[in-house]
Ligand binder design. Structure first.
Ligand code: MTE
Ligand code: CO
Length: 424
């Protein structure tokens, strides 16, 4: 079956590339967001934007996306939370390519709104089991040796509504609590050396400077391994929403630990049992016990096109796109099924494939008006395979909110529309 599929695919790919006119017509049909096609702008006419001078270099001191891209925005679900200050909006994953999430599209999750931190008055205080209790300014942090690393950040509650069944009909709402950014900052191991961490120090309490006073305990091994204090993202200062002027980066671990508007690191010999690691961010199992300190985000993937927001508009060859990530290291392989997991094909993995970072995959397929059940499954370099929801439920029940990394299913209907469905 796979073979037959492949043959028809290469045939139609040839015919698609062979007919330039057909390709042009198809892409115009696809540009739904640009509105009605104006035939006056199409070849061989001179389009309306050609005869006149465009805007000068003084028009946009800070560049913004084209007005035709105004639908590419973060979105929140109003009924989900009681207030916008303790809430979340979601990354429009279905509109993105590559592995970098643009700064203005990184989902935001905060518990007490976005504080306006004046960088001149910003201080990072280090106290507890250290030889020298120090207070750093932002300039102090910038004078440390620098590290530049791509990492994904996923909220542990990403997909948390989907434990018992499909809920929200969108890729953005069911997977959009993840972003992938290049962070610039200081390795925590360098800061530890500077303050002289005592051998008795086993845990670090990270504290945020927002009104939520977010605090989390992080084991010293992780702090010394790859944690960093970041002051820049994707080449520019952190955005206020992402913790300006400095945040903790805890690669591969649940987003809640990445304390924003960081103000203090306290070194201690025990976990601090903060609200966010006792009452919240624990996983209620089916026997009534709750797991604590489930920090690592296991391998996960999602098809970002087609998806509920990205219907299929025309028959023939399609390009399936998606992202995969693992908190345990690099993504090794991504498989895609078009028939609910009965047959799997290996997708093309695009470089760079980095540790604890999103990886991009694509796969061409042909659609001729039939129903399809599309799934993707990620496999990471440890050999871990993204589970089905049934396997996850068998282990953990359905009372959990956090750490749902199950395979999702998009159903392509006969009219090309796509729905979020639960099988079985
Ligand atoms: N840090 C502070 N100080 N306050 C917060 O409310 N929210 C946490 C974490 N760090 C939070 C915080 C949660 S739950 C997540 S998922 C991430 O920040 C979200 O990071 P982002 O807003 O950059 O996407
Ligand atoms: Co979170």
């Amino acid at each position: 079956m796979t073979k037959k599929h492949d043959q028809s695919l290469s045939l139609s790919r040839r015919s698609l590339l062979g007919g330039a006119t057909a390709l042009g017509a198809a892409s115009v049909l696809n540009s739904a967001s640009a509105g009605e096609v104006n035939p006056d702008n199409l070849p061989p006419n001179v389009p309306e934007w050609t005869p006149y001078l465009g805007e000068g270099v003084d028009a946009n001191p800070y560049g913004l996306p084209s007005e035709f891209e105004s639908h590419v925005v973060r979105r929140n679900v109003e009924w989900l939370t009681a207030s916008a200050e303790s809430s979340v909006n979601f990354t429009p994953l279905h509109e993105l390519d590559g592995i970098v999430t643009p700064n203005g599209l990184c989902f935001e999750r905060h518990h007490g709104g976005v504080p306006e931190v004046n960088p001149t008055d910003f201080r990072l205080m280090i106290n507890g089991l250290v030889d020298r209790q120090l207070i750093f300014t932002l300039d102090d942090l910038r004078r440390f040796p620098q590290t530049n690393r791509f990492y994904f950040l996923e909220c542990a509650a990403n997909g948390g509504m989907e434990w018992r069944g499909a809920q929200l009909n969108g890729c953005q709402y069911t997977f959009g609590m993840v972003h992938n950014v290049q962070y610039t900052g200081v390795r925590l191991s360098d800061i530890c050396r500077e303050v002289g961490v005592k051998p008795s120090a086993k845990w670090v309490l990270a504290e945020g400077g927002d009104s939520a006073g977010m605090t989390r305990s992080i084991p010293i091994e992780k702090i010394l391994d790859d944690c960093m204090v970041a002051y820049a993202m994707n080449g520019e200062a952190l955005r206020p929403e992402q913790g300006y002027p400095a945040r903790l980066v805890v690669p591969g671990w649940e987003g809640n630990m990445w304390v924003k508007w960081l103000r203090r690191l306290e070194f201690g010999d025990m976990p601090y049992m903060a609200r966010e690691e006792t009452s919240k961010y624990t996983d209620l199992m089916k026997d009534g016990n709750a797991r604590m300190f489930t920090w690592v985000m296991d391998a996960k993937s999602v098809v970002t096109s087609p998806c509920p927001e990205k219907a299929i508009n025309n028959r023939g060859v399609q390009l399936l796109k998606g992202i995969a990530w693992s908190g345990r290291g690099k993504i090794k392989r991504v498989d895609v099924s078009l028939d609910a997991g009965r047959n799997w094909q290996t997708a093309e993995l695009h470089g760079p494939v980095l540790e604890k970072s999103l990886a991009r995959f694509t796969m061409p397929f042909e659609w001729n008006g039939e129903e399809m059940l599309i799934q993707s499954r990620a496999i990471d370099e440890t050999g871990y395979i993204q589970p089905t929801i049934q396997a996850l439920q068998a282990e953990r029940g359905v009372n959990s909110i956090y750490h749902n990394n199950a395979i999702a299913t998009w159903m392509v209907n006969k009219d090309g529309s796509v729905d979020n469905v639960r099988l079985g």
